[in-house]
Structures are given as C-alpha cells and as structure tokens.
Write a protein that binds this ligand. Structure first.
Ligand code: KIV
Ligand code: ZN
Length: 528
C-alpha cells in the first residue's frame, strides 16, 4: 500500500461550523487560495444546498482554485444535484455524500415508520439510500466520496455492509468519521483494520478518516488509523470545527514529518505555509488561536525559563523537535512605519500570504497610513488584523462616518453617531447608555430603528504597548441566525462601533441574498 497520505481540508465546511466562526464568500475564496499554496490535496468548499452563500462559495472556489474541490451533500437527490451544479466549473471535483449509520443517529433521524418499523429494517433503508446516493452522484462525476456519519459508534458488522454497498455503487473514497469524538486511538485503529478485513471490495476505494476532538483525541485517532490503513485524513486549520473541533491539519502533518522514524508516511504539504495559513484563517474567522496550541500557538516556539533558554543557546535540539522555520515562522520581526510606502506594504503582505488586487491594496494602504499616523510602528499582527476586519468585508452598506462620545466620572455616557447608508444619505442620532460602548450601540440602534441581541462581545489588544491596536469582536442574533462583526482601531470605542456595524452589514448581505434566491430547504434533523 502506498504511504502517501491525502490531506482533505474541511476548514471551509466543518471548520466554518465552529461556534462563532462566520466567513463571507470573499473570505472563503481567500482562504481557498492560501490552502492551495499549502498544497492540500482536496478542499471541502461547503455544503451547497444549505444556503445561497454556501452555493456561491463552492461555485467560486470551483472556478478559481485548481485542486480537487469537494462539495457536501446528504444522501438526497436535491443535495447531490446542487453540489454538482456548484462544482460545474471545477477542473477536478468530488461529490461527498453521507448517511448516518449508528443506531443513535438512525433512531434519531429515521424514527418515522416510513423508514422501517424495526432497527434492522431502518438499517437496510440506510444502506439503500447510501447506495442510491453514490450511484446518483456518479452520474455527475467519477470522484465520489461516501461518509458513514457517526461511524465511530456504529456496529462494525453493519458499518462493513454500508461501506461495501457504497463501494459497489462506485464510491472512490470511503470516509469513517468519528463524528462525536467518542473513540480512543487503539479502538479506532482496530475499526479501520476490521473494515479492511471484512469489506470484500475495500481495495477499490481509499479509506479516509474524519475525527472530532471532543475528548482531545482527534489527532491521535487519525494517526492511529493511518497505521492500520487509512490513506486520507480529513482535518482543519487550527483544528477548528463543530463543538471541540476537528483534527488539526498542522498537528497531523508535522507529527508525520517530525516522527518519520516511527510513522513512515508522507504528505504533499508545503509546511512552510502552515503559519501563514493559520494566521489567515484565524484573522478571517475571528477564532483566536490559544497561545499554547501545538505548532501555531504564539508560545509554540517560545522558551521562557532560564534553564530552557540556556539549553537552547547551547544546542537548539535540547528543547526543540522542529524549527519555527519548518512551519514558516520567521524569527526576525519586520516592522513597517509611515515611510514604508505602497510597494513595501505590498511586499510585506505577500510574505504574510496575502496576494492583493489593486482595489484591495488601495483599501489596506489607506488603513495602513491612517494607522501609521497614530502609531509609529506597524507590526505583522496589526496588518493581519486590518486585513481580517476591513479588507475582505465586501459589504459596507452601513458605514461609520462620525462618532463622538461624552463620558466622565459623574456624567451619563452619551454617544453621537453618523452612519452613511449605501454610500448615499447619512443619518445622525445620539443616545445614552450604561457605558460608552452601550451608548454607541444604542445610538446605532436608533439610526436603524432596530435593536439586535448581542451574544458575545470581546475586546483584545492586537499587539502590546500603549499605542496597540484594539480589536472588538461581537455576534448579533436575528431570526435564529448569528452574524459576527469585528472592528479594529487604536480607539477601542471606535473598534466596538465598527464591530457592531460590520455584524449588521453581514446580516444585511445575508438577508439580501436570501430574498433574491429560492427558499432554503428544510435541513431538520439531518443537518451535519
Ligand atoms: O463529522 C461528520 O460526521 C461529518 C460528516 C459529514 C463527514 O462532518
Ligand atoms: Zn465532522
């Protein structure tokens, strides 16, 4: 068996299902380009039937990115048709269809008697649905992946039957997800070994694994499965994903590279792009990477204690099993300032992984010079924050024109705000609040004659020092859907206003898109 491991990245599909993550279409396309630079093998670009935005993102990535583009579809004709339609422009495409196979899922999703009266009958219905779905997907493309959702908790005999049927119908990759992150490494590895024994046509497909991290074992389970025969791993940048996340791409790839002595497998990943990819995903999703995160956390290569520093100075291998350069972290910090110019900025952004068109460069250059006027030194983190919060925001329907806040120890905080609407009229309102940020939010609500529920509001300093850029992040909720907004400024009150306005802009873009397309299909209990 070949020792090459196919890296299937699902940052834009499962990763985007992380609580708090939300990416607009342009941001997804940017991430897709970066993933192509990282040299992943397959990109799961989205779940086209689920919303017009998902459809558009898959379609644009299919047209622009020259790697295998996968689209997710339940085992339903409509889903598969939509996936195929979105993938039409892709030079290399894959339809990824799935059914639930554990008794927990079967009873929960197929409880109705039309799927059978006993669990055995329902199980047979699922096999038939899976077979039919793969066969239908094959009418659109040769490369079809089938996933047995909750395979981690599925009876092995039944799982083998489902997988055999999927391969018989034409699946070229069969994915074994540990959907709930329940299994432990030896058990999961055995499951893969058993499937290789029991499924008679198993050599006709690549075995894939897709592990969730509920017990913190997603990477360990994926590596264990490789050792017993899995040759595709599904993973995400920074390990983002549903609940506790998915297996982290950078951890799997570096484990295979650093421990080649024990794990004799290889990937095609350009590891020097890992750090930039992690940063881009973090700044565009707004999901901050924990400092002690393996490989890409801020402390991953920091040596704090005297003993460690001394050891490092004498011989780096004392405490370092890989170098920061291996994953693209530069040891020297390049700082830009007011005199750095457009070319200097463009070159630095390119090093950071951002390839900009003229329009985007104009935007960031203006933001950069404004910032450099306020703050002598502009760091990599500042630029990434501006890119994430301002540049790829395609929708600026509401724009902050002007803001004034009055506050003091014995004064009632009062904010006056002027919002430009669709680049035309500007409306001004004032309001009071419990504090300056509350007063601003109230003034914005007054201009728009709306009041949104704010679910989550956070402030952080992008760099250190008195002149640091502040980043505000929040989530608003409307009609059961959440929209994220981020804003940056050297003034945290202004950053908060921008974050709120950006979230409202995301909501506006979403509702506009909804109203111009057909209603979303009901995903009910069969959502992923
Ligand atoms: O976790 C899961 O089971 C999934 C499937 C759709 C592959 O995300
Ligand atoms: Zn998943």
């Amino acid at each position: 068996m070949d020792n090459r491991i196919v890296i299937f990245d699902t940052t834009l599909r499962d990763g985007e299902q992380s609580p708090g993550a939300s990416l607009n279409v342009q941001e997804k396309v940017e991430i897709a380009h970066q993933l192509a630079k990282l040299k992943i093998d397959v990109i799961e670009a989205g779940f086209p039937v689920s919303s017009p935005q998902q459809f558009e993102a898959v379609q644009r990535i299919a047209n622009e990115v020259n790697i295998i583009v996968a689209a997710l579809a339940r085992a339903k004709e409509l889903d598969i048709k939509k996936a195929a339609e979105a993938l039409q422009g892709a030079p290399k495409k894959r339809i990824h269809t799935f059914s639930s196979t554990s008794d927990y899922h079967i009873m929960g999703k197929f409880g109705d008697t039309r799927y059978g009266s006993t669990i055995e009958e329902k199980r047979q219905t699922v096999i038939k649905m899976s077979y039919d779905a793969v066969q239908y997907a094959k009418t659109f493309c040769d490369d079809v992946e089938f996933s047995a959702e909750d395979a981690g908790r599925t009876d092995i005999g039944y799982l083998a039957d489902v997988i055999e049927a999927a391969i018989e119908a034409g699946a070229t990759t069969v994915n074994i997800p540990d959907t709930t992150g329940y299994t432990i490494p030896a058990e999961f590895a055995d499951k893969i070994a058993e499937l290789r024994k029991r499924v008679k046509n198993i050599d006709k497909a690549i075995i894939s694994v897709h592990c969730h991290n509920d017990l913190g074992l997603a990477v360990a389970n994926s590596l264990a499965a490789i050792e017993t025969g899995a040759r595709q791993v599904e993973c995400t940048i920074n390990g983002i994903g549903e609940r506790a996340g998915n297996a982290s791409l950078e951890e799997i790839v570096m484990a295979l590279k650093v421990r080649k002595d024990k794990l004799d497998y290889y990937t095609n990943i350009n590891t020097k792009e890992i750090y930039n990819t992690s940063k881009i995903v973090s700044s565009l999703t707004g999901l901050v990477v924990q400092p002690n995160k393996a490989i890409v956390g801020a402390n991953a290569f920091a040596h704090e204690s005297g003993i460690h520093q001394d050891g490092m100075l004498k011989n780096r291998e004392t405490y370092e099993i890989m170098t920061p350069e291996d994953v693209g972290v530069m040891r020297t910090r390049i700082v830009l300032g007011r005199h750095s110019g457009r070319h200097g900025l463009k070159a630095r952004l390119k090093e950071l992984g951002y390839e900009l068109g003229n329009e985007e460069l104009d935007k960031i250059y203006k933001l950069f010079t404004d910032l450099a006027d306020k703050k002598k030194e502009v760091y990599e983190e500042d630029l990434r924050s501006l890119m994430g919060d301002e540049v790829y925001k395609v929708n600026h329907y509401y724009h902050l024109d002007y803001l004034q806040v009055h506050l003091g120890t014995h004064a009632i905080p009062t904010a006056t705000i002027k919002l430009r609407i669709n680049n035309q009229e500007a409306l001004q309102e004032s309001a009071t609040g419990d504090g300056p940020v509350d007063a601003i939010f109230n003034a914005i609500d007054r201009v728009l004659n709306m009041k949104y529920t704010i679910e989550n509001y956070q402030l952080r300093s992008v760099t250190s020092g008195r002149q640091a850029l502040g980043e505000a992040q929040l989530r608003i909720r409307d009609n059961g859907k959440s929209f994220n907004g981020r804003g940056v400024s050297t003034d945290i009150v202004e950053a908060s206003a921008k974050a709120y306005i950006n979230a409202i802009n995301e909501l506006k873009a979403y509702t506009d898109k909804q109203s111009e397309s057909e209603p979303e299909p009901e995903l009910e209990s069969e959502t992923v």
